[in-house]
Design a protein around this ligand. Structure first.
Ligand SMILES: Cc1ncc(COP(=O)(O)O)c(C=O)c1O
Length: 472
């Protein structure tokens, strides 16, 4: 007989979570155990009989903890990994306790209403057109897919083609124009949308990874027919911003030359769009408000728990046409738009609720401060790394840095940079990650965690210095 008493499980989860969070500053940020050894520590045989929930949680934590990365630390710099704000974590726990299917306002009014309110605040914070549709996806990948499906619908509707009913088989050819360093998830979304990743026209980028506007102008001048242009606010490697305002002018000029409205402008700003919520780097993202759709991520710089991306489309009807869902058994009422028409999912967790809580807790000023602070810490980090003998700062923009290490008598630049990264990770004080950017192996540092403070910056610089000195 199952026990309806939640208290032992919740007490255990609470105790284990608090202990984990309390140890954030002390333990290595790189997990000591790899996935294979965590897997080996989990029971292989399907157990014939169960365990008390509390015991399950203790067993789970004991197996997991050796393999958990220290993403909550201000010294965790891999990928673009935000931490978790207390307000967002608490709200996320409530989302699980409430267990609402945040797709249908009629059946789950509170979950849908709170996500709707969070969406309004997102538009305000990012200074994007009010009235745009805001969907909370699993991440920027999902957001790129949803928005590019809306783009596909819109540019083909302009030619009288119903792509949702008739597919791409008989559709006019759609030109897809992207920057050469567009994020890999955009190419994957193009695959999902049936355009094919290799059909995209790739506009050259400059030494900072930014689309070259004159090359875009030339590319568009040769194109006829429906066209989607995707730009990037924040290159995942070095943080470079495509010159958005110039690109918007070029897209507008292209639009003006067309007899039908069959041009769509998309911006992937998974982390970079957040500079619009800050003060100091905001001008990099000027002109973003002129796009038709945007991708952003809350689990990055807003510091809410995974998983939470944000898809934004200026014309909600386009998005609903592209991905909306109807069935006789599904409720359609509820007074506000149903998230089932905003994201490519049917049942879904109310992942927008932690977004609401994070914004409510920090307010406009607190969020601006969080974004500006990360940019300041990253700038300080880049400045100090630049002064380390043997270290080259190859790129530093907003919260992203790429460094390399000069060749030594015995090692090439790439080999020594790899050796330094390996030594830093083995030490476990900080966790940068790797990349290959412009044909060179690089160490990527992303300052996205709300907790990164001056002491973290000191510790990161010292750790890298030790590794560089040891590799000399
Ligand atoms: C510009 C950009 N787009 C898309 C993504 C993919 O984000 P997600 O992992 O949330 O799908 C990233 C991830 O870093 C990114 O930087």
């Amino acid at each position: 007989m199952l026990d309806a008493d939640f208290n032992p499980a919740l007490d255990a989860a609470d105790e284990l979570a608090r202990a984990w969070l309390a140890g954030t500053g002390d333990r290595p940020v790189t997990p000591p155990a790899d996935a294979a050894s965590v897997l080996a520590s989990l029971p292989e045989e399907l157990p014939a009989s169960g365990l008390e929930p509390e015991a399950v949680l203790r067993e789970l934590a004991a197996c997991a903890e050796p393999g958990l990365a220290g993403t909550g630390s201000g010294r965790y710099l891999a990928l673009v990994t935000g931490g978790v704000l207390p307000s967002a974590l608490g709200a996320d726990w409530l989302v699980s306790a409430w267990d609402q299917n945040a797709s249908f306002a009629e059946l789950y009014p509170a979950a849908v209403a709170i996500e709707h309110a969070a969406g309004r605040w997102i538009l305000d914070l990012l200074d994007l057109p009010s009235g745009s549709a805001v969907g909370f996806t699993t991440g920027a990948q999902g957001a790129n897919t949803a928005t590019l499906l809306a783009a596909r619908n819109s540019v083909l509707v302009a030619h009288g083609h119903d792509v949702e009913a008739d597919g791409l088989q008989s559709a006019p050819w759609v030109n897809v124009v992207v920057g050469d360093e567009q994020h890999s998830t955009v190419f994957r979304s193009l695959r999902f949308a049936g355009f094919g990743a290799d059909n995209a026209i790739r506009v050259p980028t400059d030494d900072r990874g930014r689309m070259v506007p004159s090359a875009l102008r030339v590319a568009l001048e040769t194109l006829d027919g429906p066209t989607i242009v995707a730009a990037q606010a924040g290159n995942v490697n070095g943080g470079g911003f495509d010159p958005i305002a110039e690109i918007a002018d070029i897209v507008d000029a292209h639009r003006a030359r067309r007899r039908v409205d069959d041009t769509w402008f998309h911006i992937d700003g998974a982390f970079g769009l957040w500079v619009r919520a800050g003060h100091r780097q905001r001008s990099l993202a000027d002109g973003c408000e002129r796009a038709d759709s945007w991708t952003c991520d809350a689990h990055k710089w807003l510091n809410v728990p995974y998983d939470c991306g944000i898809s934004i489309v200026r014309d909600p009807a386009t998005l609903a046409r592209a991905i909306g869902l109807q069935a006789a058994y599904l409720p359609t009422q509820g007074g506000i738009s149903n998230p089932v028409d905003l994201v490519p999912e049917a049942s879904r967790r109310a992942r927008g609720i932690p977004v609401w809580a994070a914004i409510r807790a920090l307010g406009r000023d607190g969020i601006a401060d969080m974004i500006d602070r990360a940019c300041d810490r990253a700038a300080e980090l880049a400045r100090r790394l630049q002064h380390l003998v043997g270290v080259q700062v190859r790129m530093a923009e907003i919260n992203q840095i790429i460094i390399g290490v000069e060749a030594s008598a015995t090692q090439s630049e790439d080999d020594r940079t790899q050796a330094v990264l390996a030594a830093v990770l083995a030490e476990g004080v900080c966790h940068p990650s790797s990349t290959v950017w412009h044909d060179r192996f690089g160490i990527r540092l992303s300052v996205s965690n709300w907790r990164t403070d001056p002491a973290d910056v000191d510790a990161i610089v010292d750790s890298i210095q030790r590794a560089v000195t040891a590799s000399a």
